[in-house]
Design a protein around this ligand. Sequence first.
Ligand SMILES: Cc1ncc(COP(=O)(O)O)c(C=O)c1O
Length: 256
Amino acid sequence: MAQLVQPIANGAFVLSLDTDFDGCMRLVRKVTSELPTYLANSLNSLRLEGQKTAAIEILQQFDWEVPDWVIVPGGNLGNIYAFYKGFHMCKELGIVDRIPRLVCAQAANANPLYLHFQSGWEDFSPVKAKTTFASAIQIGDPVSIDRAVYALKNSNGIVEEATEEELMDAMAQADATGMFICPHTGVALTALVKLRNSGVIKPTDRAVVVSTAHGLKFTQSKIDYHSKAIPEMACKLANPPVNVKADFGSVMDVFF
Ligand SMILES: Cc1ncc(COP(=O)(O)O)c(C=O)c1O
């Protein structure tokens, strides 16, 4: 409901199906081929045309100086391709002279692109996605797999992955600076940390981590983390409230 409440509130006609993303995707393909409905998913190349403006905005915000790396969380893999397309277009137009190296960051629980990259781009196999806090990228059979591979090969790109513990710790670490990020952004931040620690991303490199959703859509995961209520997770950056009796003396005792 946290994800659905915005279209519901805006008056959309919403169907809730008892399946995962890949199951919905299979049905959506069928339904849109039978009915004159407009598909706004990234199967529709017009959606990607719109998404590529994010690449142009990054370049503009960097005063047209190309960052060395752009890290994007990936599930259905439309975004990573759209970023590539946007950067490539700016290069073709002569606005910039190179494009950033792209990093696609996946949740280890839904990592078909990561496995494909690790195999040296050998045969691609979809996976059955396991549950991840980064629920928007809980996808085992990405629609835009070929586009993503093309984007990564042509940008000297890399695929990284983040375990549930890594992505939740990264989210908590970012939030502690005053941000309020979503778990997908935690996946991308984990990729940055791993690539920086392994020396792939150099200290002087400029890297952009794309934040794809607002943390307010993922408050339950943050509540569980800070309550240390996630099974088999240390939640080492949890910052739970101190329970204090509602009297002046007890409150003062906490401070002194
Ligand atoms: C919050 C969030 N993060 C990341 C993504 C990943 O984009 P893609 O599925 O195009 O790889 C999506 C896609 O809808 C998303 O909603």
